[in-house]
Write a protein that binds this ligand. Sequence first.
Ligand code: ADP
Length: 205
Amino acid sequence: MFSIGLTGGIGSGKSTVADLFAAHGVPVVDTDAIAHHITAPQGAAMAAIREQFGPEFVAPDGSMDRARMRALVFSDETARKRLEAITHPLIRYETERTSLAASGPYVIVVVPLLVESGTWKTRVERVLAVDCSVETQIARVMRRNGFTREQVLAIIARQATREARLAAADDIIVNDGATLEALSQDVDRLHARYLALAGSAGARG
Ligand code: ADP
């Protein structure tokens, strides 16, 4: 199916934009939700995580011990790569499976780290970036998650820069000081465009 990779930094408004596409009847596949699902009890990644990281990284309910794993991969690059070697192929597989099973004119795949994690750009037809200033990101995430300014900055520092994201994008939604009404109109315009693109891609076979 014709697919659009939707990306943006934390607090840029990805979920808000994805919801607006969903309101048009467009299926939305959220790679964060899939990442969570495969590390939930009986999740597809759990056997490999237990085997490679040890049972101490598995919570009593059989899910990944997220706090413990976060602490490890934050300070240990090799461990982060090992974890990603387990989870990334499963996330890609599940995303593809869910996209193929979805019905709609095209699919929106939400990939927060599309720019950071290499191969996504080649797996979608187009990249749509939601853009806003770092100050706006900070204000939104402090309000939404109750984080401190420093906590938000630490997360932003681990993500791609605004410039790198914009350079990777085919389409951009500016969500800075935009009313939800204006945002919704931007989505309407892009939806019309994507319908046309998906239609001609479908006609070409
Ligand atoms: P992301 O998924 O990129 O982290 P969200 O869509 O969750 O971002 O947006 C972050 C927060 O900012 C949410 O609480 C959301 O409701 C709010 N928000 C996003 N865009 C706007 C906007 N244009 N006007 C007001 N609030 C917004």
